[in-house]
Design a protein around this ligand. Sequence first.
Ligand SMILES: [Zn+2]
Length: 381
Amino acid sequence: MTYRRLDIQLPSPAPGVQLTLLAHQFGKRGNGRSVYLHAGLHADEHPGLLVLQHLLAMLVQLDAAGLIDGLVTVVPYANPIGMSQRLFGAVVGRFDFENGENFNRNFPRLDQQVAAHVADVSDRTNTPEIYRTLFADMLGKATATTPSQALKLELARLAIEHDIVLDLHCDTDCIAHVYASELQASRATLLAEIMGAPVLLLEPHDAGGGAFDQVHSSAWGTVQAAGLLSEHQSGFSATIELRGQADVNDEPAAADASNLLRFLGSERVLSAQALCAPAPVTQTASVFPLDGASHVPCPCAGVIVYRKAPGDRVSVGEVIAEVVRLDGREFNQRVPILSTVDGLMIVRQLKKLVRPGERAALLAGKRPVRDRHAGSLLLDF
Ligand SMILES: [Zn+2]
């Protein structure tokens, strides 16, 4: 057995309160690749928490049989700060009570430091190991003061030591979809298809926002874009939106955990004997550019009724939902919400009492949407 447990202490937010980040590790570095997984960075998103419990149980069995070739690190809950934020019963885990910051934004980015290093380097003997060590050294010098900053830095440091980083999220009510860098299109497509996700959103290397997976992709992408490593040699990170917030059940969670193992097998983290005959990939992922993703706002307050469901095709101008005004002059008065793209509905609201400006839906189309701008493609809400 190679299993070990890491307890990482975070700064105490108040006298008598101790915050601890927990990580489980299996295998060792050197034989195969290394992979890092966590869930619940948005602490109000719970499907991934259950998926990782199933995955951990499977990893224990593989470890006992000596079938883990590489290094696997699993952080079962990435945000103990957010998980403890309750307001009158509800977990409010997406934004930091301290300053309103989205917990999945403003992670440290390494692209500028890495670009400066790459411009300086005359020795072009490159291996992924050299860069992994470089990135870890860069983050090793970073400092943090507040508990939330320290949480982000510790997660970033743990993750950057791995070749592959997978961040498990969910959305309000949605079909599975994957976000990744366009520099990593082929591995991202394989991941989406193995996970049964019908949609892959590819973001430019400089999408901005500082999401957790961009710590990894900003560093590796800078090296890859400079032509120093191939796509396959480079590290790979992705955000997997598993399903809707209310979809926390054993059956899909166990299936997701098995699929994650299949992806780990494809990346040589597990030995070949660890995998049963690979199930055929039955899901083809439709690939969309992130600047073709459209966040459609609600026009007014009321109760939203959908005409389309996640996964449905939509066309520009088609009615996807209606907001039923509760305070109009007429009864059951409807205000239509129209599709802004030719493409697919990815996400809709779970709770149906809406206010003006609230996202009614996330739609994905192939063409860039007019109000999306390179460098700020990730919204903060
Ligand atoms: Zn999330």
